[in-house]
Ligand binder design. Structure first.
Ligand code: CP
Ligand code: NVA
Length: 308
């Protein structure tokens, strides 16, 4: 039996696998735009488990699975036994006997790792406290669509060193680009995590303007991620100067893009002028969740498909 292809962190795949996935995403997207059906997952079932809220992730996985010929079932903590203390290992055994693929959005990374260890089918991370690999997959695809290869380029991350930031750091290692991170004091990338990325792909800056200098992509995210709501008030004060504005975009490369995984808070982590401005590609970025995850689902279930 071949090993299951789980996608729990960005570093689970190699650069060659990403090259394949980006090419496949383009092919799947083009076909979709021509209204040509593509049903490689006919009759397959995706189970989506949400322990946190979602608009884009639910929509893109559910619509994506239908478009690939299969069906998707939505479970949340409130209406299933998952919220009533059933061990994650037991849930994994049962859910994976009735489905072909599982996507989970949850809290600690450990939960999804334990689920995957007990699953008979591939498991995809739809966001944990630590990582959001599907989002970065779509973001890098979006960068490639607009500007070509990301290799050797610089991404400026302004704001919280959260699940998105951690995933950018992993991606920089796998795909060989640079990440400039600027966070308020006390919110820096954890030293153990930073230690993993000390090979020239990652640099921290106290001043967000410095982090943006010459960057090819400027990106940010909410000041308070899901699960950290109790810290909201103190974060609002601490992050006040970490708002991506026109001044930051002006010191970035002349053709720099702006991205945000959404949902966004205009006037907090980004000004309306930037997110609604000409350098912003946030709507393409959101749409590309659909196309990139269709390529991902096809890949983890069927492996490489060379259909042209
Ligand atoms: N970007 C993202 O994952 O959005 P949702 O929380 O709406 O799924
Ligand atoms: N960092 C955010 C991303 C939301 C898509 C969160 O975890 O809430």
């Amino acid at each position: 039996m071949t090993a299951l292809k789980h996608y729990l962190q960005f570093k689970d795949f190699t650069r060659e696998e990403y090259d394949y996935l980006f090419e496949r995403t383009r092919w799947i997207k083009d076909k979709y735009k021509r209204y040509e059906p593509h049903h490689p997952l006919f009759d397959r079932t995706l189970v989506m488990i949400f322990e946190k809220a979602s608009t884009r992730t639910r929509l893109s996985f559910e619509a994506g699975m239908h478009q690939l010929g299969g069906s998707a079932i939505y479970l949340n903590t409130r209406d299933s036994q998952l919220g009533r203390g059933e061990p994650v290992e037991d849930a994994a055994q049962v859910i994976s006997r009735m489905s072909d693929l599982v996507m989970i959005r949850t809290f600690e990374q450990d939960i999804i790792e334990r689920f995957a260890a007990n699953s008979r089918v591939p498991v995809i991370n739809g966001l944990t406290n630590e990582y959001h690999p599907c989002q970065i997959l779509a973001d890098i695809y979006t960068y490639i669509e607009h500007r070509g290869s990301i290799q050797g380029k610089t991404v400026a991350w302004v704001g919280d060193s959260n699940n998105m930031c951690n995933t950018w750091l992993q991606a920089a290692e796998v795909l060989d680009f640079h990440v400039h991170v600027s966070t308020p004091p006390g919110y820096e990338v954890e030293p153990e995590r930073a230690g993993l990325y000390g090979t020239g792909h990652f640099q921290q800056f106290a001043d967000p303007l410095e982090a943006c200098k010459g960057a090819h992509l400027v990106t940010t995210d909410v000041w308070t991620s899901m699960g950290f709501e109790a810290e909201n008030e103190e974060r609002m004060k601490a992050f006040a100067d970490w708002c991506v504005d026109a001044e930051m975009m002006a010191v970035a490369a002349a053709d720099a893009l702006f991205m945000h995984c959404l949902p966004a808070h205009r006037g907090e982590e980004v000004t309306a002028e930037v997110i609604d401005g000409p350098q912003s590609v946030v709507w393409d970025e959101a749409e590309n969740r659909l196309h990139a995850q269709k390529a991902l689902m096809e890949y983890v279930v069927l492996g490489r498909v060379e259909e042209k």
